[in-house]
Design a protein. Sequence first.
Length: 249
Amino acid sequence: MFSGSPSTPHIRKRALVTGGAKRVGRELALALARAGMDVAITFRDSKAEAEKTRLGIEALGVRAVALELDVRSEASVRGAVAATVEAFGGIDVLVNNAAVFESAPLAEITIDQWDAMFATNTRGPFLVAREALPHLKAARGRIVNLGSLGGSHPWATHAHYCSSKAALHMLTQTMAKAFAPEVSVNCVAPGYVEFEASKVDKEAQRFAAKTPMKRNATANDVAAAAMLFAAGPHFITGQILTVDGGLGL
């Protein structure tokens, strides 16, 4: 559970997970719920999946809301944060998970592709963190950003993605300094994450073969790493935790 002063009475913690409807975001939301936290998840196009995840969270005995959100929009971000606070009374943990991924040869990336990648992967976490900051400060809360191994390793066919995640890693560390001492800010940077449908994929098999741990990461691996920051010592801040089975070594 959440660490705190021995004299602090126990209260249920409140989390906001962007892009929490499916895949890694879903596992992050469920992990927070299993730790006893009320969880708000956001979605953009995955309404049906978001409702399924909301019901899964409530089945764990905590409160849940699913909110439509476009992290690229300042007004949309403002509305989602306000709705979370209205539902739960505050925010203790923000997980910036919403992101986009795309492959493209560097010489062929258009301005629109470049700007769209940064709008979601870098500007989005900035906007959500900035809007949630007063509530996080009041709660002595946490921010966990979802970065990527690509943020520290150059992938030739993912230049705009890698650059956006590298920027998010730096944003994590600048937030950690700027928001201290009330708010801790850390980042989980997964390598290749494998899902059930991709187990027979040749690319997944190739990455698993060259990973020292001889398998790819699962969504549960990423969620467990995020929980180290969401529920561990508040004193830990500004860290980038790579979850890749040694792939980047």
